[in-house]
Design a protein. Structure first.
Length: 169
């Protein structure tokens, strides 16, 4: 890309596999699983959450935030605090969005919530956008899902084709 386009960029997106390895490879990363489990037990006992977060691999989200704060502040304790706060916010958001998820996916996912740090971070934004859409006549009645798009537009509505078009633009 440097030769073809003459790009000299200073940032590289390494993706989640490398980011999770980095997150778990720090002091905070070593602490985040026991810290998260302890926080989860305390929150369950105090009834501040109904979510049991057993998705241990995805604790890397909390480790990543904590690691960044720890590195930036040069403080293990601020990093641990940031990881804990991120965990707590994720549990509260998982509880608050659980019913919507259950209603959308049906009985097969009854009682399941999503706790990923980078997923629940967008919940307030999604709720606000949905609130606006629901108040716009005409727009609120549009039903855009992959099956209906494909049925209506044929190959042009196929998710792979749409992805290609979006990717090329």
């Amino acid at each position: 890309m440097v030769k073809i386009y003459g790009l000299h960029l200073k940032t590289l997106d390494i993706g989640w596999p490398a980011a999770s390895a980095v997150a778990f490879g720090t002091e905070i990363g070593a602490l985040v699983i026991p810290l998260g489990l302890l926080l989860n037990v305390v929150m369950l006992v105090t009834k501040t959450t109904k979510t049991l977060n057993i998705d241990l691999f995805n604790y890397w989200h909390y480790a990543f935030v904590g690691s960044l704060v720890s590195i930036e502040t040069n403080s293990f304790w601020w990093g641990a605090f940031a990881a804990a706060i991120t965990y707590i916010i994720s549990m509260v958001a998982a509880d608050r969005t659980q019913k919507k998820m259950e209603n959308f996916y049906g009985e097969d996912l009854k009682g399941i919530s999503i706790t990923h740090g980078y997923t629940v971070a967008f919940a307030p934004f999604a709720i606000a956008i949905n609130w606006v859409i629901e108040r716009i006549p005409g727009l609120r009645s549009i039903d855009l899902d992959a099956e209906k798009m494909q049925k209506r537009f044929g190959i042009l509505g196929d998710p792979i084709f749409l992805g290609l078009v979006i990717g090329l633009s």
